[in-house]
Design a protein around this ligand. Structure first.
Ligand SMILES: [Cu+2]
Length: 186
């Protein structure tokens, strides 16, 4: 008798506990639904932004870093022309220098200017080929596009000797030789 009652009490207590648990969970549920997913999404948005920013500044470039124009030791004027060429197309920089590239599109068609090592240029060429015509390229710290007659500047700090290239990745331009050699010497 005693054991049956005890067991019954036990079962009732268990059911009561379960009910309590379910209700409290249910009470928390709406809160979970309303706050957490949006917080998660906000975090994901932030991560996306950070990710884009990372891709943007390439936070660690292997060849120095973007710098303020005011920090430039000198300005190098470069013309980008419809002859699919940069002029000059050989640039010499001393390690430690901060340089502003002032690039002018002297042509009648759009050009762009990408600073990077050969691997970066090749990657960018592939990216541009992939999205040709589908979307407009946006400027990055080491990349900008130039409408006809437009001039833009890029200031870069070069801490170490390295071999770099400048390139235009409008469809067919790079392959046609629209590139230049940037040598950072010790
Ligand atoms: Cu070009």
């Amino acid at each position: 008798m005693h054991t049956t009652i005890r067991r019954r009490y036990g079962v009732i207590t268990l059911i009561a506990l379960l009910a309590l648990l379910v209700t409290s969970c249910a009470a928390e549920d709406p809160a979970l639904e309303t706050t957490e997913p949006s917080e998660e999404m906000a975090e994901m948005d932030e991560m996306d932004e950070e990710h884009t920013e990372d891709e943007g500044d390439h936070a660690e470039f292997a060849f120095g870093e973007p710098a303020d124009a005011a920090e430039a030791d000198r300005v190098i004027e470069i013309d980008a022309s419809d002859a699919f060429a940069f002029e000059p197309n050989e640039i010499s920089i001393t390690a430690g220098e901060t340089v502003t590239f002032r690039v002018t599109n002297t042509g009648a068609i759009p050009h762009d200017f990408t600073l990077g090592d050969e691997m970066l240029q090749d990657e960018h060429e592939a990216e541009m080929a992939e999205m040709a015509g589908s979307m407009e390229m946006h400027d990055e710290p080491n990349v900008f596009s130039l409408e006809p007659a437009e001039t833009k500047e890029m200031t870069w700090h070069f801490p170490e000797p390295t071999d770099l290239l400048i390139g235009c990745h409008q469809t067919g331009h790079y392959a046609a030789g629209m590139k230049g050699v940037v040598t950072v010497e010790s």
